[in-house]
Design a protein around this ligand. Structure first.
Ligand SMILES: Nc1ncnc2c1ncn2[C@@H]1O[C@H](COP(=O)(O)OP(=O)(O)OP(=O)(O)O)[C@@H](O)[C@H]1O
Ligand SMILES: [Mg+2]
Length: 305
């Protein structure tokens, strides 16, 4: 269990993480989703005691990370797989991690096997590893203390499709055995495939969170017509609160059948009609990304002026 309450990090006047509150529960994989620069890594660093919060709290298994005895026996952490010591071999890296966790040497082979690194690969220097191999090694290091909680920052980054499928299985099994997994990603579809719960963050703030089903099963219906003006009036008159979509048409709060019947009775041609489904979440995410991109451009112009 990871409990985050009102967690905030400011760097001078800039707020990187803004009063976020959520819980990652045991037995579930929680996806921490947000565009680049949203504050995911900063929040995760605060969870594992590497960055001091400006305010708010983060506890793992009921205690602040720093108060856990032998933390790696409770929480497996992988924040930046590229930051591993380049001169050591994979095996040496894991051996050190095992010693620090107070685990036996035998755990090293077990961990290597669990992440699919061969003995030959384990004896190569980490500096010569591909990004995917580093991710596997990082995951092995996180698992070595046999923890109940995993905190993983962009673990799928650099993995090929087979690697992503493998990792999904590993994390699902870990959660199915009662473990808590929190993983970040800037890719909605990647998180959708792995996580059961989602927390979406944009510019330091949580913009949506809940189970994947709750978030993806948007209640609205997408509808479009060549005569958008009449369609909007019809939906509005029926009290279905039409929202114009950037790509055209509307999302309305009514079933597809109710909308179809109303349009038929008013002889209005409908060219698109479907349940909004996951579109709501995807659109929210794209909107976040677009807003941030625009803001980046403005900031650039300002500093150049
Ligand atoms: N030490 C720091 N000093 C100043 N600003 C920082 C510092 N660390 C992070 N930031 C800023 O905080 C914001 C959030 O950064 P963070 O790395 O947490 O984002 P992220 O969601 O992990 O992004 P990405 O998907 O690119 O990894 C960014 O604007 C970043 O520049
Ligand atoms: Mg990050």
């Amino acid at each position: 269990m990871i409990q985050i309450e009102q967690l905030t990090k400011r760097y001078g006047a800039f707020t990187a993480v803004d009063e976020i509150t959520f819980t990652a529960r045991p037995g579930r994989v929680t996806g921490f989703l947000g565009p680049n620069g949203a504050g995911k890594s900063t929040a995760m660093r605060m969870m594992v005691g590497l960055t001091t919060p400006t305010s708010g709290t983060a506890t793992v298994l009921g205690r602040p990370y720093r108060a856990l005895p032998t933390p790696s026996r409770h929480v497996g952490v992988m924040l930046d797989a590229t930051a591993q010591h380049a001169g050591r071999t994979g095996r040496e890296t894991l051996l050190l991690a095992a010693i620090m966790a107070g685990m036996s040497r035998g755990q090293v082979d077990h961990a290597l096997e669990r992440v699919g690194l061969t003995a030959r690969e384990a004896d190569r220097r980490v500096g010569n590893y591909s990004l995917g191999m580093r991710q596997r090694l990082g995951l092995a290091g996180a698992l070595i203390g046999n923890p109940q909680v995993l905190v993983l920052d962009e673990p799928a980054n650099g993995l090929d499709p087979a690697g992503i499928r493998w990792m999904r299985g590993l994390l699902r099994d870990f959660a199915a055995d009662g473990g808590t997994v929190l993983l970040s990603s800037h890719l909605l579809h990647e998180v959708e495939q792995i996580a059961q719960d989602l927390v979406m963050i944009g510019r330091g703030r949580i913009v949506a969170h809940g189970t994947k089903e709750e978030l993806l099963s948007g209640t609205g219906t997408v509808v479009d017509s060549p005569d958008r003006g009449r369609l909007g009036t019809l939906l509005d008159a029926a009290g279905w609160k039409p929202q114009a979509r950037p790509e055209g048409g509307f999302v309305a709060e009514a079933s597809a059948e109710d909308i179809a019947r109303q349009a038929l009775s008013e002889q209005l041609l409908i060219t698109e009609l479907r349940t909004a489904g996951g579109g709501g979440l995807e659109e929210m995410f794209l909107q976040l990304t677009a807003d941030d991109a625009r803001e980046g451009v403005t900031g650039h112009e300002r500093s150049a002026a």
